[in-house]
Ligand binder design. Structure first.
Ligand SMILES: [Zn+2]
Ligand SMILES: [Zn+2]
Length: 246
């Protein structure tokens, strides 16, 4: 049995709402200081900083996960995580077909920087990232699954872009194994009010847009795999767990 301290919802400076100092190395460094074992980069509707993020994390012996926070056509935020960088890349190529092509105005919304693995700005995303895609909740879910990914509704307790406030209920379909709750709620209180969700895996992530907000070593997952497992086995174990297969 191993315990992994995690944070699966972090924005880099690619997200317009993320601070410019949310560089891949700063994120990895802060996660190290905080004692996290495994972290995901989840910029809005893009995985373009994930390759550099992987290198930054691997140098510090942190397990990186490629992810994104997808906005569905219903304006629901959904965290999507992928088993490998390649799966994430293939997903992102398809996701681009469903994104809205409205230009970013950095002076209003913020910068959308693409970085290399030493935090140099190597590009700028020109279209505003957080806008709703044309993928419905169900279509987005299916697209993630088809790329070996896992997805779950982000900050399900929140009014803005939370699945329950938008749909009025938690839907039976698609069948989510996990849901994310924001840090401000006590999961037990939330589940007492929403007993239909008691069978789900509850994840609490930071949704950090600034370095200080990255989670402390407080949320963890325990996997029934040997202590000496390597990062590949841990990642595989994690996805098995999140998909309900462990
Ligand atoms: Zn969100
Ligand atoms: Zn977010």
């Amino acid at each position: 049995m191993i315990r992994l301290y995690y944070d699966f919802h972090i924005h880099s400076c690619l997200s317009p709402c993320g601070d410019d100092d949310m560089t891949v190395n700063n994120i990895a460094g802060m996660a190290k200081i905080k004692g996290l074992d495994i972290i995901a980069l989840t910029d809005h509707n893009s995985l373009r900083n994930c390759p550099s993020f992987f290198k930054a994390c691997e140098r510090l012996n942190i397990i990186p996960i490629a992810g994104t926070e997808l906005t569905t056509s219903e304006e629901i935020h959904m965290v999507c995580l992928f088993e490998s960088l390649l799966d994430g890349y293939n997903f992102s190529v398809e996701l681009d077909n469903y994104r809205s092509k409205i230009k970013n105005r950095p002076e209003i919304f913020g910068n959308q920087y693409i970085l290399n693995d030493i935090d140099e700005i190597v590009g700028t995303e020109q279209y505003l990232l957080p806008n709703a895609t044309s993928l419905s909740l169900e279509a987005a879910y299916n697209l993630v699954i088809s790329h070996n990914g896992v997805c779950f509704p982000a900050h399900a307790d929140k009014e803005s872009n939370g699945i329950i406030s938008i749909l009025g209920i938690f839907p039976d379909k698609p069948e989510f194994n996990c849901i994310e709750l924001s840090k401000r709620v006590n999961p037990k209180d939330f589940l007492d009010k929403n007993p239909v969700l008691k069978s789900k895996i509850i994840l609490q992530n930071s949704d950090a847009h600034s370095l200080n907000d990255i989670s402390e070593a407080e949320n963890y997952i325990e996997l029934d795999i040997p202590e000496r497992s390597g990062s590949g086995e841990k990642r595989k174990g994690l996805f098995g767990y999140l998909k309900g297969k462990l």
